[in-house]
Design a protein around this ligand. Structure first.
Ligand code: ZN
Length: 138
């Protein structure tokens, strides 16, 4: 049974907002490292999608590097984050199509607000995501 919450510190929430501010009009994106439902750190990665204003694709080199570190015991990939420059909160249709229902946590930044989701089968949002409550852990 998945927990329906995400613990993320004020500092890390502000770091996500900073990434979004700096991106302005493209979808910045990256990885969240931590354990279970707690984010320990963020890795900003290049967006290699064809149209970065409307979609994102994390640079595979960053994914491979993070998986290698995970195997070496240096931190677990618990999910992904990205920014919606159009201000729409929550995962888009495109996000739902691209997401694997693997229990990974998705954080979306829009209008300086964060929302958190878990990619699952038969999710409440677009059939792919269940909403998570964000707990400010420090
Ligand atoms: Zn999106």
């Amino acid at each position: 049974m998945w927990e329906m919450k995400l613990n993320i510190s004020r500092d890390l929430q502000n770091e996500l907002r900073r990434f979004a501010n700096e991106a302005e009009c493209y979808e910045c994106c990256g990885l969240m490292i931590g354990s279970q439902n707690t984010v320990a750190r963020l890795i900003l990665a290049p967006n290699v999608a064809a149209d970065t204003s409307r979609s994102f694709e994390i640079d595979p080199a960053y994914l491979i590097a993070a998986h290698k570190k995970q195997r070496a015991g240096a931190g677990h990939i618990i999910g992904y984050f990205h920014f919606h420059p159009n201000g729409v909160t929550g995962p888009s249709e495109r996000d739902a199509q691209l997401a694997t229902p693997d229990g990974m946590i998705w954080v979306i930044i829009a209008n300086k607000q964060l929302s958190a989701w878990r990619a699952v089968n038969f999710g409440a949002h677009l059939g792919r995501f269940d909403p998570l409550e964000i707990i400010c852990s420090a």
